[in-house]
Design a protein around this ligand. Structure first.
Ligand code: HH2
Length: 262
């Protein structure tokens, strides 16, 4: 799944694809690079991000979804029911919902549904996240949402531990370590580690117990190696979908391990 952020403020590609033509070019480029799905989003969910009004989010994503849906499978990354309705009406066939609350909308359109775990809202989620048992809490939450989504009539379902959404560096690593446990639930797993700040923190020499922000991390464009390592790890654990910015490099890495395992 290739990331296409039609936003001004996404943490790694904000502003690059706000323009309609630039967004289409990038969507097509990711298809050519080997993406099976293009995930279109019009509101950043990075830590500290502000909300985007629904009419603005619609204005950003609908024309892009409509144009790309003839060429590639399109997923809509939104937490707003109105945006989900509009995107699924004009060609998107997967609803990527980081709030895990829109299963009934996906079901209405016969679309796939991604239920992600997050703790808190983007404005404050990274201030002081705390869990007694992060893996247990995330696993139980996702199992509940999966049951709910199935009951609502969703037939294509993914669960996602929500790397970086209200999690410390240690929490992110614990969840990556627990991917086999999530895969063992039998519900396909999707994971998004691409360019996230825990990679920049570790790459800059930070420790797993240090908080993101305690040291100057590597910038988002310096996190490719860690992004690839985590995508390869996820695939080796049996994850069904990885959500990435660097499609060409990731496809190369994943094909290598897929063919090695075959
Ligand atoms: N991460 C981001 C956005 N959407 N969806 C799922 N299912 N899983 C994720 O891990 C995930 C997601 C954040 O990354 P990005 O879209 O690059 O940044 P921003 O939220 O700043 O637009």
């Amino acid at each position: 799944m290739g990331v296409l952020n039609v936003t001004s403020d996404s943490f790694s590609d904000g502003g690059l694809y706000l323009d309609y033509e630039a967004a289409l070019r990038r969507g097509r480029e990711m298809l050519a690079e080997g993406a099976d799905i293009v995930d279109v989003g019009g509101e950043s969910t990075r830590p500290g991000a502000g909300a985007v009004p629904a009419d603005e989010e619609l204005r950003r994503v609908v024309p892009v979804v409509e144009a790309l849906a003839d060429e590639v499978r399109v997923s809509i990354d939104t937490t707003k029911a109105s945006v989900a309705h509009a995107a699924l009406s004009c060609g998107a066939t997967l609803l990527n919902d980081v709030s895990a609350s829109l299963a009934s909308v996906a079901a209405e359109y016969g679309a796939g549904f991604v239920a992600m775990h997050r703790k808190g809202m983007p404005a404050e989620m990274q201030l002081d996240p705390h869990y007694d048992d992060v893996v247990g809490e995330v696993r139980d939450f996702l199992a509940e949402r999966a049951d709910e989504a199935k009951a609502a009539g969703v037939t294509e379902l993914y669960i996602d531990p929500g790397i970086g959404f209200g999690k410390t560096v240690r929490n992110n690593l614990q969840l990556l370590g627990a991917l086999p446990e999530l895969v063992a639930t039998g519900v396909p797993v999707l994971v998004g580690t691409s360019r996230k700040s825990f990679i920049g923190h570790l790459g800059a020499g930070g420790s797993a117990d240090g908080r993101v922000g305690d040291i100057a991390p590597l910038g988002a464009d310096e996190r490719l190696a860690g992004s690839l390592a985590s995508a390869v790890w996820a695939m080796a654990c049996g994850v069904a979908v990885v959500r990435v910015h660097d499609v060409a490099a990731t496809v190369q890495a994943l094909r290598l391990i897929r063919d090695t395992a075959a």
